[in-house]
Design a protein around this ligand. Structure first.
Ligand code: PLP
Length: 405
């Protein structure tokens, strides 16, 4: 028999397949609403001006070499990244009990967090993680890879194209005590639907009551509201209440460093003594997986976070991205409701936040958009707001209008 005869052909990744379809399409009005990456108003990738500056500083700094970083990464990066997400005045940082390691972007942080829990979390019965229904598709694979079985929790209500708050609360209450729940820190992917602060508070109360563990995934800090602190509000509130948890941090979107793979995992144990033990074990795991994380992207982010002027400039760049996305939401909403008078309610377009929006259209309507109008989107009706711009928003609105009638 042939050596790999027993290997079945895996299906193509649906997002990458979508992008390939878009690239091959020669229609002049084609639109890609599948991508999870920011585009400027001319549909071009955007290297943040502050990142360009940091690159030049690095290029001119002859003291920098290509030696290995420590296993846990570039310390000036991880400590500044921890402050950025946890808040400089957070109890966990003041008490020296946040464990921070540099990871291969947000995906690597999710993997390292999952692996650590798989080895060391005191699961109540079988190894399970509760994931929002729906969630970023990769979550399922990441947890399965380390032997943790994903279980759905209620999150999205197709009837309101909003949060199924009662369902969410019901899932939290009926899960066994000490269950692990993955929470999107802000700008939920794929729905764009986040709980309000009051809803987060009610959710936190149940975490405390039931002793649940909060596995925060934060891939869009700054992207949701344009404000880094506001977007970290929920996780800071949880950790401030003493809810056990961790947070996965990515600089792919908010610094536009997608391919550089810059991220961090921050685990928040209850004491400094526990933090030392956790850190020692995470280091052992990291050593066997990647030995040492990569330097380049971490140097860029470290420079930006540790320099007052660069940090201020970065915040302005984030506002540029967030505001362009918000203006596209408003324009799409205006076209649908005021100009085209498209049937149905479209409030969710402006209520939802972050890079993505669930339009509420069904798979056959999504397919019709692609086949008839050359507009590429996932069949669940999710569109990337970053793919919209002043040149194509009317065309997209008109085709949404056609499929909605
Ligand atoms: N988590 C969520 C919810 C995401 O949407 C993404 C990216 O799309 C990631 C994590 C990880 O992205 P990266 O590994 O590029 O940081």
């Amino acid at each position: 028999a042939e050596t790999w005869e027993q290997v079945p052909l895996a299906p193509e990744d649906s997002i990458f397949k979508l992008t390939a379809g878009y690239k091959a399409d020669t229609h002049p009005n084609k639109v890609n609403l599948g991508v999870g990456a920011y585009r400027d108003n001319d549909n071009k990738p955007w290297v943040l001006p502050v990142v360009r500056k940091a690159q030049r500083i690095i290029a001119d700094d002859t003291s920098l070499d290509h030696e290995y970083l420590p296993i846990t990464g570039l310390a000036s990066f991880t400590s500044a990244a921890a402050k950025l997400i946890l808040g400089a005045d957070s109890d966990s940082l003041k008490e020296g009990r946040a464990v921070s390691i540099q990871t291969i972007s947000g995906t690597g942080a999710n993997h390292s967090g999952a692996l650590f829990l798989s080895r060391f979390y005191n699961f109540n019965g079988s190894k399970q993680i509760y994931l929002s229904n729906p969630t970023w598709a990769n979550h399922h694979a990441i947890f399965r890879n380390v032997g943790i079985e994903p279980v759905d929790y209620s999150y999205y209500d197709p009837k309101t194209v909003g949060l199924d708050f009662d369902g969410f609360i019901g899932s939290l209450k009926s899960a066994p005590e000490r269950s692990v729940f993955l929470l999107h820190a802000c700008a939920h992917n794929p729905t764009g639907v986040d709980p309000t602060q009051d809803q987060w508070k009610a959710i936190a109360d149940i975490f405390l009551e039931r002793g649940h563990y909060a596995f925060f995934d934060c891939a869009y800090q700054g992207f949701a509201s344009g404000d880094l602190d506001r977007d970290a509000w929920a996780l800071r509130y949880f950790f401030g209440k003493g809810i056990p948890g961790l947070v996965c941090q990515s600089f792919a979107k908010n610094a536009g460093l997608y391919g550089e793979r810059v991220g961090a995992l921050h685990v928040i144990p209850p004491s400094k003594e526990a933090a030392d033990r956790v850190k020692s074990q995470i280091s052992v795991l990291q050593r066997s997986e990647i030995s040492n994380p990569p330097t380049y992207g971490a140097r860029i982010v470290s420079l930006i976070l540790n320099d007052e002027a660069l940090f201020a400039e970065w915040k302005r760049d984030i506002v540029t991205m967030a505001e362009r996305i918000i203006s596209m939401r408003k324009e799409l909403f205006r076209l649908l409701t005021e100009e085209l008078k498209t049937p149905g309610s479209w409030n969710h377009i402006t209520d939802q936040i972050g890079m993505f929006s669930f339009t509420g259209i069904n798979p056959s309507q999504s397919k019709a958009m692609t086949e008839n109008a050359h507009i590429y989107l996932t069949t669940n009706g999710r569109i990337s707001m970053a793919g919209l711009n002043t040149h194509n928003v009317r065309y997209v609105a008109e085709s949404l209008d056609k499929v909605a009638r």
